[in-house]
Design a binder for this molecule. Structure first.
Ligand SMILES: [Zn+2]
Length: 434
């Protein structure tokens, strides 16, 4: 057992904040056994205590949509979005080997842990390689093996492959779970989409897919099927099935807003990538009001950069307040919920995303007593406005101290960087040089 001390931002049902509180963690079961004041240190006789009275202690952040191996493509493509971006990316991915995926995933996982993300939902090819990196590092993840069947280039996985991967690891242990990875309405055939809904319902495993993410998608789906993406998703039964839908940027009318609310759709919202791509700001506040469940995401590291969820939280707050012309359309607490407790629910986890007795012990400790931070009056304000991933000091996942004082145990970062640069060199040789 060990303790974690600081300003405890619980994100529990009462949204309690304990100024100079303590969390007691049982490392064997990976569960939080108590939360209270500093007397708990003596009561439980714990000898190891992470953090101090001036640290901020909060639930680990949950990134609900990314493509972790794409870190190896950082900077290969920029200044375009929509189908132009995808065509360029798919031509790069035509050269992918399983080893590249493993190294890229490892690079991203280290980056996520260092910036306070303890769980991520991934969507990519050769997902077994990502599972290997997840198990080696101790991070928590929900993986989906991507199916694309309308385009040549990226690795070909059939729906059967994606399902068998999902079934193999679905709720397989405390830290790894899966979904079925359908890329999108525009990159999979209508037969594959129908079949995906059917197998998802039979297996009880959610579909993770992109939906209504770009102007190009809206145009393609309208031309191909005579309806908008959201109406097509409804016709196919995707909204009714278990799902996790990335983006949902283009919601065409009141009917679609109400439809998404009625089915309480689970949306992974990644504001930065859509804003930098010149797309649109999704009507997140309208969707939340109608009952949609919104969680935060970065999207892949080629489109978002460094996977820092603190940066993404700032974009979510600013984007929505700008869209709705109000300084309080969303409040910091709404954004932190979308990155912790609501994100855990969107990924199907119980007892995750908050600090309380019986919750899974995924906790981050931030050094907050800094010139750029003080004074700490409203801790939610502090988290949103003043902190970033670089302030994360200690990370506990599943009750295990994975990073302490900025150092991830058992990980040779220098070696991983060298490996990654070898992979980047190989890909440059294959894709850039003639
Ligand atoms: Zn994506």
């Amino acid at each position: 057992m060990f303790g974690v001390r600081g300003i405890i931002v619980t994100m529990d049902e009462f949204l309690r904040v304990l100024w100079d509180g303590v969390v007691i963690v049982d490392s064997d079961s990976g569960v939080i056994v108590d939360v209270g004041d500093e007397s708990l240190i003596r009561d439980y006789g714990v000898e190891v205590v992470y953090g101090d009275s001036k640290s901020i202690v909060m639930p680990g952040l949950i990134n609900t949509h990314t493509h972790s191996p794409m870190s190896i493509f950082r900077g290969f493509v920029s200044g375009i979005s929509g189908f132009d971006w995808l065509k360029r990316v798919w031509s790069l991915e035509a050269h992918l080997k399983p080893r590249h995926v493993y190294v890229g995933a490892l690079l991203s996982i280290i980056s996520m842990i260092k910036s306070g993300t303890t769980t991520f939902a991934d969507h990519y090819f050769y997902a077994e390689e990502i599972a290997r990196a997840v198990m080696e590092t101790g991070v928590r993840a929900v993986l989906a093996k991507t199916v694309i069947d309308l385009y040549e280039g990226p690795p070909k996985h059939s729906l059967k492959d994606s399902l068998s991967f999902a079934e193999k690891f679905f709720n397989s242990n405390g830290s790894l779970s899966t979904m079925i990875g359908i890329h999108s309405l525009y990159s999979c055939s209508i037969e594959t989409l129908r079949e995906a809904v059917s197998v998802s319902m039979d297996a009880g495993i959610p579909i993770h897919m992109h939906l209504s993410e770009s102007r190009d998608e809206v145009k393609f789906v309208k031309e191909s099927y005579g309806v908008t993406p959201i109406r097509l998703a409804d016709d196919l039964g995707i909204l009714k099935a278990k799902h996790l839908l990335a983006h949902v940027s283009y919601v065409m009318d009141e009917y679609e807003l109400n439809l998404l609310g009625k089915f309480k759709v689970k949306i992974a919202y990644a504001p930065f990538t859509k804003m930098r791509g010149g797309q649109v700001i999704a009507p997140i506040l309208d969707l939340m009001i109608r009952g949609a469940s919104v969680s935060l995401a970065t999207d892949g590291p080629l489109s978002c950069g460094d996977l820092d969820m603190f940066r993404e939280m700032k974009f979510m707050l600013a984007a929505q307040n700008l869209k709705y012309g109000s300084a309080s359309a969303l409040k910091p607490i709404d954004v932190i919920k979308a990155s912790t407790v609501n994100a855990a629910m969107n990924l199907g986890f119980q007892n995750l995303g908050f600090i309380g007795r019986g919750a899974k012990a995924d906790i981050v400790v931030l050094k907050a007593w800094k010139v750029k931070v003080i004074p700490i009056k409203d801790v939610y304000y502090t988290i949103l406005y003043c902190l970033n991933g670089g302030d994360v000091d200690t990370v506990i996942i599943n009750g295990k101290p994975i990073m302490v004082n900025g150092v991830i145990g058992g990980v040779d970062e220098e070696n991983i960087i060298n490996e990654a640069m070898n992979v980047v060199g190989e890909l440059e040789d294959l894709t850039i040089k003639p």
